[in-house]
Design a protein around this ligand. Structure first.
Ligand SMILES: O=C1O[C@H](COP(=O)(O)O)[C@@H](O)[C@H](O)[C@H]1O
Length: 266
């Protein structure tokens, strides 16, 4: 049960005493959205980030979800990826494969990872092409507002600097409005070469979750949720504002400790 769950400026904040409780609620949230989407559209198109998020999805691989979720209808994408071999320890694909995909029966052909044998620029172009084909066949829905893909769910982690996906503060990729998938070759966090969904794609999703745990994320969570002060750049995390979708932040107490008005009584 969340210590605190409330709406703030159109986004729902769910704050948990510890990561175990957060993980339980997070799994329930994903399973419920999967059920709704499969009922409405026959498929569930979910885009995952890497980082600490993947471990926090662990309960989905356990009972009851391993048996109750309709895994055959899931289509998997990556919100961002490091341009390294799929077997490399820095690969978000490898992280998700080892921590999630290898534990649930998702159809191999429904797993859409990047081409890791080309440049970052080409990988971004190829990945956008794949997504465009799947929008045409409506495996991925389309936004009613713009021509962007409308993923059923986008899962984002947040770095201590307030980055989401591979959109970093003060980096030009953060302002990309035309492409669905862009690339960077100078990521402030290693490895330098990455591809990433752009903000218009993230903000066109039907549902977006941002997950942040630990004290190192407290300042960025405060700035992203309460708004930037004069000393702060605009953080990518604060620009996550789905146009026509639902946004939920999942935080543990440590990450939520600086949020104004966060109420930790049950
Ligand atoms: O580099 C990345 O970092 C973010 C945040 O990672 P975390 O370990 O601090 O949660 C992650 O969401 C992104 O996918 C990844 O490429």
């Amino acid at each position: 049960m969340a210590l605190s769950g409330y709406k703030k400026d159109g986004r729902e904040l769910r704050i948990f005493e510890n990561v175990d409780e957060l993980s339980c609620n997070f799994a329930e949230y994903i399973a419920e959205l999967s059920e709704v989407s499969i009922k409405e559209r026959g498929v569930f198109a979910i885009a995952l980030s890497g980082g600490s998020l993947v471990k926090l999805m662990g309960k989905l691989c356990e009972a009851p979800y391993n048996k109750t979720v309709d895994w055959a209808k899931w289509y998997i994408f990556w919100v961002d990826e490091r341009v390294v071999a799929k077997s490399h320890t820095d690969s978000n694909y490898k992280l998700v494969k080892d921590g999630f995909l290898s534990k649930v029966p998702i159809v191999h052909g429904h797993v859409h990872s990047i081409n890791d044998s080309v440049t970052a620029e080409q990988a971004a172009e190829d990945y956008e092409f794949v997504i465009r084909q799947l929008v045409k066949t409506r495996v991925i829905s389309v936004s009613e507002i713009n021509d962007c893909p409308k993923f059923d769910l986008i899962l984002l982690g947040m770095g201590p600097d307030g980055h989401v996906a591979s959109l970093f503060p003060n980096h030009p990729a953060f302002n990309e409005k035309e492409q669905w998938v862009t690339f960077i070759t100078d990521s402030p966090k290693a490895p330098p070469e990455r591809i990433t969904f752009t903000l218009p794609v993230i903000n066109s999703a039907a549902n977006v979750a941002v997950v942040a745990t630990g004290a190192s994320k407290a300042e960025a969570a405060h700035v992203a949720i309460d708004g930037a002060g004069p000393d702060y750049p605009v953080l990518p995390a604060m620009m996550v504002q789905p146009i026509n979708g639902e946004l939920v932040w999942f935080l543990d107490i440590a990450a939520a400790s600086k949020i104004e008005g966060a109420n930790f009584s049950e």
